[in-house]
Structure formats: structure tokens, C-alpha cells
Design a protein around this ligand. Structure first.
Ligand SMILES: *Cc1c(COP(=O)(O)O)cnc(C)c1O
Length: 413
């Protein structure tokens, strides 16, 4: 390849400055990869007082009902389209049970991407399915329905769990078509997709059950919680039952189920989070904008992803090679900047899922090594963002000097 050339394409600075801004690591403040901020005690307390009055603590009580209604209003979906859950994972379990039920011998598999968080496979497994891992599209990072339509495993598949990677929302229409064509229930794991969906819900919400997580690390956070959204009225009672011991109209357990109810206390945090959502959302957008400007000024805007491309709690940098990724990681470490591979290198690299059935996964392998999760917080300051962009740039430039990839340069600010 271009090993040893080491020349700048534009004839400017060819090497790192002798003293980089990161040289004095001792004095640099550590930047954590994620610093969530949920509603303060003061913002929650009036809702908690309502719990003291009603003495209703769970079981789809009044605060949960209000939380669901306000979510429906924000997302523009009909009444009874949002069913809350105790976590994103229980919401996924409820959505699978309500649509696909538990696995049967002839249809043992739940088809899903390997490029996702462990919860996707954990939820399918709790419903009796064996995960069958497939690769993702290199541009969308998610499953491609057209590519899967004729997959040879489909006759043994009882559910397809599509994932909105890093919250990049998944359109319903092609998956509705896929469901009609194959007869297989489709569930959308949009756990991290709240801010992306809320800004333009229409193409992303519909009859297919779409799962959101309200975990503290997501952009809309309540500690632990989640919901399933479906505009299909007939699904509502089944979703509630699947999250509530299979109870439909009475205390007869009539369907496969789990206890996945959201408590009134968590709904209190949810209502407070809704009260301040527009402020938080604006703050996340501002951080994303500052990030984009900083990456543009070091000439790396093409590899950078934040709102609105991915959800508000993510800032990602896609390296062009594994060598570049390793160099960027080294410079982030040196600059005391935390980072994370949010989906590790794919589910098939986890011990528990290392032996599950799967296709070959070249795109997952590629993304797993190259897509670096950078720090994010609603109050991440411009100085930290500049340090991050510079560290990434130094990493990219150093990799190029080592001749691993085509030469680039790193402007000093
Ligand atoms: C966060 C997340 C989940 C799990 O949500 P919890 O609320 O933590 O259970 C599932 N899938 C994806 C893609 C996620 O990002």
C-alpha cells in the first residue's frame, strides 16, 4: 500500500508538532465517555407527593398512565399506542411474546444483527428463541430487508428483531412489507432511538412494535424503564398482558408473559424528564453542533456521527482502517479521553453468544473495530470537544505517517 510515503497530499504540515497539546497528560481533566443527567430531586418531588396521596405504587397506576399519554402526544401516535415497561429489555421480551409468542421447534430462531447491544439477543433467548446472527448493511449499519427476503434460514425463523443501531431510526414500511411477504413477526429494537424518532416520528412508528429504552445512558433517561409503541389497536391488550403475567381482563394468566411493569416511581422521573425534554434535547443538539464544527475544523467531518444521524447520547467516529482505529484509541488514551465500542465487536464475540448460528459477518467485524464511541453529555463543554477532535486527528495523522493509510494532515487550531 502506501507504506512509508508519509507525504501530505496538500503539502502542509507533515508531522506531529514536537510538543502536542496532549503532552502534559497529568494536568488534563479526564473526559468520561458518557455523563448522563436525569431530572433533579426538586424536579421529581411533586410527582412523588402524588404517589404518597394515591398509595398506588405500580400496576399501570395513574402516573404511568399519564406518562404513556404524554409520550403518545409527543410522538404523535394514537391513544393506547404506548405501553410502558420496566426496562428496554423487558419491553423487547413483551413485544416478542405479544407478536411471536415463545419459540416452537420448527421455528427455533430469532433473526437479528450481530451488530447490537447484548439485550437484543438476551430478550429473544428469554422467549425461547435461539439467536441467528446476520450481517448489517455497510451504510445503514442495520439489517437490509431486501437482502434477507430469500435467506435460507427463514423457514426456521419465528421472529425478526431489527435494530436501530446507535438510535439511527428504522423505517417501518420496508419491514411491514417483509412481514407480509414472509409471515414472520418483526420487532424493532429502537432502544436508543428516542431523540431521533421524536424529531420526526412518522416513518418510524406504526403497527410493528417499536421498543425504546429509558435507561440512564439513553438520551431520554429515567434510570430504568422502556416502552413498546405500536399503532395496531389489537396489539395493545396483548402487549400489556405480556408485561403483566399474561393477565388480560382478569387474573387468569392466559398468554406467555413476564413481569415487565414500570413502577409509579419511575413514571415520576419520566414525567419530570418529559417536562425538561425540550431543554435537554436543545443541549444535546448544541453539543452535536459543536462536535461537528470541531471535527470539520480538523478536516474529519466525514467520519463523525452525532445528532441527528445517531441518537443524542452518542458521538461516533468511524475510522477508515483497523490500524487507524488503534492509533486513534492510543491518542484518546494519551489525552485522558474515555471511549467505548458500544456493541463491542458484535454479539458473536461475547462468550455466551460465541457459538450461536450465524452467517459470515464481515461488515460487523469491520464496524466493530472501527466505529469508536466518543464522550457525550448534555453539558460536554467546547474545550473538551476540541481536545477530543484534536486527539482523533492526531491518531488519524499518526496512522497515516506510519504508512498504513493514505496520507492526511492535522491542522493545529
Ligand atoms: C440500551 C439498549 C437495550 C436495552 O435497554 P435496557 O433499558 O438497558 O434494558 C436494547 N437494545 C439496544 C440496541 C440498546 O441500545
Amino acid at each position: 500500500m502506501k507504506r512509508g510515503t508519509g507525504h501530505s497530499t496538500k503539502g502542509r504540515a507533515k508531522s506531529a508538532p514536537a510538543t502536542s497539546p496532549m503532552a502534559d497528560t497529568q494536568r488534563l481533566e479526564f473526559v468520561p465517555v458518557l455523563r448522563p443527567r436525569l431530572p433533579s430531586a426538586d424536579a421529581i418531588v411533586n410527582y412523588l407527593r402524588r404517589i404518597d396521596d394515591t398509595r398506588i405504587y405500580s400496576n399501570f397506576g395513574p402516573l404511568v398512565a399519564e406518562f404513556q399519554r404524554r409520550l403518545e402526544h409527543l410522538l404523535g401516535t394514537p391513544a393506547r399506542s404506548v405501553v410502558s415497561a420496566s426496562s428496554g429489555t423487558t419491553a423487547l421480551i413483551g413485544a416478542i411474546l405479544a407478536t411471536a409468542g415463545t419459540a416452537s421447534a420448527p421455528r427455533l430462531f430469532a433473526l437479528m444483527p450481530s451488530f447490537t447491544f447484548a439485550a437484543t439477543a438476551v430478550a429473544a433467548e428469554r422467549c425461547g428463541f435461539q439467536p441467528y446472527l446476520v450481517d448489517v448493511d455497510p451504510t445503514t449499519w442495520t439489517l437490509d430487508p431486501a437482502a434477507l427476503e430469500n435467506h435460507s434460514i427463514l423457514s426456521q425463523v419465528g421472529a425478526v428483531v431489527v435494530v436501530a443501531p446507535f438510535g439511527r431510526p428504522v423505517r417501518q414500511a420496508p419491514w411491514i412489507r417483509f412481514g407480509e411477504l414472509t409471515g414472520i413477526p418483526v420487532i424493532i429494537d429502537a432502544a436508543a432511538s428516542f431523540s431521533c424518532i421524536a424529531r420526526a416520528p412518522e416513518p418510524f412508528l406504526g403497527p410493528l412494535p417499536t421498543v425504546l429504552s429509558f435507561h440512564a445512558t439513553k438520551s431520554f433517561g429515567i434510570g430504568e424503564g422502556g416502552c413498546v409503541i405500536s399503532t395496531k389497536a389489537a396489539l395493545h391488550d396483548r402487549l400489556v398482558a405480556s408485561l403483566n403475567f399474561g393477565f388480560v381482563a382478569n387474573r387468569d394468566s392466559a398468554l406467555p408473559s413476564v413481569n415487565g411493569r414500570l413502577s409509579e416511581y419511575h413514571a415520576a422521573v419520566g414525567l419530570a424528564e418529559l417536562d425538561s425534554w425540550s431543554t435537554k434535547c436543545a443541549a444535546l443538539n448544541e453539543v452535536a453542533k459543536n462536535y461537528r464544527n470541531s471535527f470539520a475544523s480538523v478536516g474529519l467531518k466525514d467520519g463523525f456521527f452525532a445528532l441527528p444521524d445517531v441518537d443524542g447520547n452518542y458521538a461516533l467516529y468511524l475510522c477508515r482502517s483497523k490500524a487507524e482505529s488503534e492509533s486513534v484509541q492510543a491518542h484518546l488514551n494519551k489525552g485522558r479521553i474515555d471511549f467505548r465500542f458500544w456493541y463491542d465487536k458484535g454479539l458473536h464475540h461475547h462468550k455466551h453468544f460465541s457459538n450461536v448460528a450465524r452467517d459470515s459477518l464481515p461488515v460487523t467485524e469491520l464496524l466493530g473495530h472501527r466505529l469508536i464511541g466518543l464522550p457525550m453529555a448534555p453539558d460536554l463543554n467546547e474545550n473538551a470537544i476540541r481536545r477530543i477532535a484534536e486527539a482523533v486527528c492526531m491518531g488519524v495523522m499518526t496512522a497515516h505517517q506510519d504508512g498504513n493509510v493514505e496520507t492526511r494532515e492535522c491542522p493545529t487550531q
